[in-house]
Design a protein around this ligand. Sequence first.
Ligand code: NAP
Ligand code: ZN
Ligand code: ZN
Length: 348
Amino acid sequence: MPTANAFAAQSATSPLGPMSIQRREPTATDVVIDILYCGVCHSDLHFARNEWGMTQYPVVPGHEILGRVVKVGSKVTKFKVGDLAAVGCMVDSCRSCANCKQGLEQFCAGCVFSYNGPDKHSGGMTFGGYSTSVVCDESFTLKVPANLDPAKAAPLLCAGVTTYSPLRHWKVGKGQKVGIVGLGGLGHMGVKFAHAMGAHTVLFTTSPGKAADAKRLGADEVIISKDENQMKQHAGSFDFILDTVSADHDLNAYLATLKLDGTMCMVGVPPNPQPVHAFSLIMPRKNLAGSLIGGIAETQEMMDFCGKHNIACDIELIKMQQINEAYERMLKSDVKYRFVIDIASLKS
Ligand code: NAP
Ligand code: ZN
Ligand code: ZN
């Protein structure tokens, strides 16, 4: 079996370091991808440090994977050698349950995530994109619009679809006031998409220094969420809020800014439960919801939307060897606005 260079965490407290992993020989429907870029999602950090209590070690994170096809199985029709191709958060699902049939593979009980998921091929766990190659069934492999810079397109595979999907599901558009909470990897894509969909887009941030960037990215207004007066000025005014925050924070303060029948959707997953007062939802009638990435067809729809509207991520390119430092900066909200690993640094 072919080997690949990778970076892995061996325990919740050890920094990520080099590890050699096995990739399978392609089956008839597989695509072998030589990885060029992999985005760094805050979920990678939650997983590497077992913050959600479900990590199996060693874990090779990375689910914003983009590269070039170097080999295809005999039955592959969507890709040929030399094509750009991408893999997001999922590599397989049962393909026959009600959720799979609706294109909601992320909610399939048999969904196999790109890392730390049960790998039916190896019998072990899946390994993600902090590696030099990946093998994926073509049905779970995405096409990359030719006009996008590949390094800036990689984070679309998670940060992009995770924000695009709820904005589409709750039909965000013209005439609506939409809030995005947190200007990190997900949040900056939320701002771009909400703006592109025509909504009056407002960023809630804890970082006053990000206000100018938020406006450049498409926000019409910026609210410093630590400033109670600013929060009060927007009480009862939002149609929809997308919460991308990775750390503990007071949901009630944001719920207070929703209007009647408004919805706040959680995509960020703080390690601890966040208390919600019933009054935050019943005065007046409000919805608190959640959303997980997006299905494969919707991920492709989002990629094509980005190609059409020339939307990509604002990134800081790093070497694989800088990953532990990047995690520390992510914890300080010091990311503009997604770290992307140049996988060339892992090849030498
Ligand atoms: P990120 O780049 O680190 O961004 C998180 C942002 O949250 C920060 O930049 C910061 O923005 C804000 N923030 C941090 N601490 C805060 C606090 N104490 N109070 C309020 N705001 C705070 O992370 P990410 O990669 O975008 O991921 C965000 C979260 O989404 C993570 O929990 C991740 O696991 C989760 N996620 C979920 C899905 C899904 O399918 N549901 C998919 C991917 C990721 P400001 O500086 O602007 O305040
Ligand atoms: Zn992610
Ligand atoms: Zn299924």
